[in-house]
Design a protein around this ligand. Structure first.
Ligand code: B12
Ligand code: SF4
Length: 479
């Protein structure tokens, strides 16, 4: 029995399907163990695109709404929906498989998309019993699948690009190509914010710190031209960057502010400053508008300079997350970061001198890591003017260079534990040493009065339980 408070969304306002089914498809994010969440942009984009093409979509965010698999199934039955699409990252691939099996046992058709099935299509299909997986961006493939009676074989016998069933993938090594993409990102409507409900109280901004709330995420580009060995983004998008026009981005920011009361935007781009002309024009457009929103972004250090930082600050950017990963030149070379430590220091100085909050992202335990390189990184963390740090232990991700390079040397369990436990140990270190290093780094960094004092301004206490869960994941409280 579903509690009424959990039932989502409100009754349908329009219907494009048959009389007995208001929605063509339900797009679902399953419930999984996590320490904070953002709106599921993937589902929002897919829904926006399908709706613009005449298909009514129901988003069920079981993570946000705390819905069990039974609850999800009950909603599908209530709404008479027989087609479902589930989004999947590696940290909850097990939960996706369980939900898929549950839905399949009630004759619901299932397609799974996202980063995980893109790189592990065969394994996703076998683990979940799903009808299809979509490899790559989902807009075009899902629309074609819907318009082809949920079959991946077109009338002329060819396959919808990027959509696979077990009939086409015989084993793990079977080649899978990516779905077609919408070349001009402005042709994709804004995410279906109405169903994403950006002001929902379950959403928690990264590191529970924010200048203004409520917060929403925007993606102004897709892709990254770099190929850091621990990351899968480059392989997902094929190293090509596509950008939305500044006007298009501004329109979405305006919608979020004026319609939903959003006061802070977090850019989810992999690399928002990669094209200098683009970021300049985006900032100019924001400055010329009357939006006055606080802005957060991640950026590569070597793609920042004083002039750009000043422009971005005028546009509202107050917090930059910089992927530093390690302070050891050898480690930076090993991971193919293509950035040297001096460039990182220079960027930190520029940001600091401009009064920007700096979040440093670090990863411990990559190949070549030693006690010495960990010490170099910890010293760097303590000596540079960083305001926040995120320290994680390497998770070898499907689709990353390390996935192939380190084959046979890591475990893969595809659950939250996969991201909080050590599943790869570099030569010369032990699991205990890596966990200890993560814990020590976080404790040394955060348990300093000047950091605590500064963060008091930004930490929102309503996120405290998520904060504690996250700290547990990163071993902060371990003995
Ligand atoms: C912003 C971001 C975050 C944010 C918010 C994420 C969120 N919404 O919950 C924060 C900072 C919280 C975060 C945290 C983490 N993240 Co993150 N994150 C991103 C980032 C930069 C953008 C994600 C995004 O919104 N994309 C925009 C949407 C439109 O793209 P998309 O999700 O890929 O969806 C498209 C396709 O995949 C496909 N698709 C997706 N779902 C479906 C479903 C169906 C049915 C179909 C047909 C198609 C389809 O179609 C969509 C539209 O084209 C990505 C990198 C990237 N460029 O994608 C990493 C990324 C997703 N994150 C990653 C990771 C590892 C994490 C963490 C596990 C890190 C950690 N150690 O804790 C956590 C866990 C987050 C979670 N949700 O549980 C990895 C995932 C790798 C993997 N194999 O799963 C990525 C790919 C980065 C990387 N290193 O390679 N993340
Ligand atoms: S870590 Fe950042 S710069 Fe490196 S490949 Fe991934 S998205 Fe690009």
């Amino acid at each position: 029995m579903i509690k009424s408070a959990k039932i989502y969304p409100p009754p349908p306002q329009s219907a494009t399907g048959s009389d007995s089914c208001n929605y063509c498809i339900a797009l679902i994010r399953p419930k999984y163990e996590n320490s904070g969440m953002a709106p599921a942009l993937s589902l929002g984009y897919l829904s926006g695109y399908l709706k613009a093409n005449g298909h009514n979509v129901l988003i069920i965010d079981a993570l946000r709404d705390n819905l069990s698999n039974d609850d999800v199934l009950a909603i599908l039955k209530r709404e008479n929906i027989v087609l479902s699409g589930i989004t999947c990252l590696s940290n909850y691939a097990n939960e996706v498989a369980a939900l898929s099996k549950h839905l399949k046992s009630s004759e619901i058709k299932v397609v799974i998309g996202g980063v995980h099935p893109t790189f592990m299509p065969y394994q996703t299909l076998t683990a979940s019993g799903a009808d299809y997986v979509v490899c790559g961006e989902g807009e075009i493939a899902l629309l074609k699948l819907l318009e082809n009676n949920f079959s991946n074989i077109l009338l002329d016998g060819s396959l919808i690009k990027g959509v696979y069933s077990l009939n086409e993938l015989k084993d793990e090594d079977a080649p899978a190509i990516r779905a077609d993409v919408v070349e001009n990102l402005d042709d994709i409507p804004y995410p279906d914010w109405e169903q994403l409900q950006p002001t929902h109280s379950a959403y928690v901004p990264l590191w529970w710190t924010t200048k203004n709330a409520p917060v929403a995420g925007i993606m102004s580009s897709r892709g990254c031209p770099y190929s850091c060995k621990f990351c899968s983004s480059a392989n997902f998008y094929g190293r090509r960057v596509r950008m939305r026009s500044p006007e298009n981005v501004l329109g979405e920011m305006r919608l979020l502010k004026e319609h939903y009361g959003i006061r802070e935007i977090r850019f989810a781009d992999d690399n928002i400053t990669v094209d200098r002309d683009y970021i300049d024009s985006l900032c100019e457009a924001i400055i010329d508008s009357d939006l006055n929103l606080s802005l957060f972004t991640q950026a590569r250090a070597d793609r920042l300079d004083d002039k750009l930082v000043k422009t971005m600050k005028r546009a509202g950017f107050y917090n930059f997350a910089i992927g530093i990963e390690s302070a050891s030149p050898t480690m930076l070379k090993n991971m193919d970061k293509r950035e040297d430590i001096d460039a990182i220091k220079t960027a930190i100085k520029i940001l600091h001198d401009n009064g920007i909050l700096i979040t440093g992202f670090f990863i411990f335990g990559m190949p070549g890591e030693t006690k010495q390189t960990i010490k170099e990184t910890m010293d760097f963390m303590m000596n540079e003017p960083l305001d926040l740090v995120s320290v994680t232990i390497l998770t070898v991700l499907p689709g990353s260079e390390y996935w192939d390079e380190l084959k046979g040397q890591y475990t893969n369990i595809f659950s939250q534990a996969y991201f909080s436990e050590v599943n790869y140990v570099p030569d010369g270190l032990t699991t205990e040493e890596i966990v200890y290093a993560e814990k020590q780094a976080l404790r040394k960094f955060y348990l300093r009065p000047k950091i605590i004092f500064k963060l008091m301004k930004y930490i929102k206490f309503r996120y405290i339980s998520h904060f504690l869960t996250r700290m547990r994941y990163v071993h902060f409280f371990d003995k």
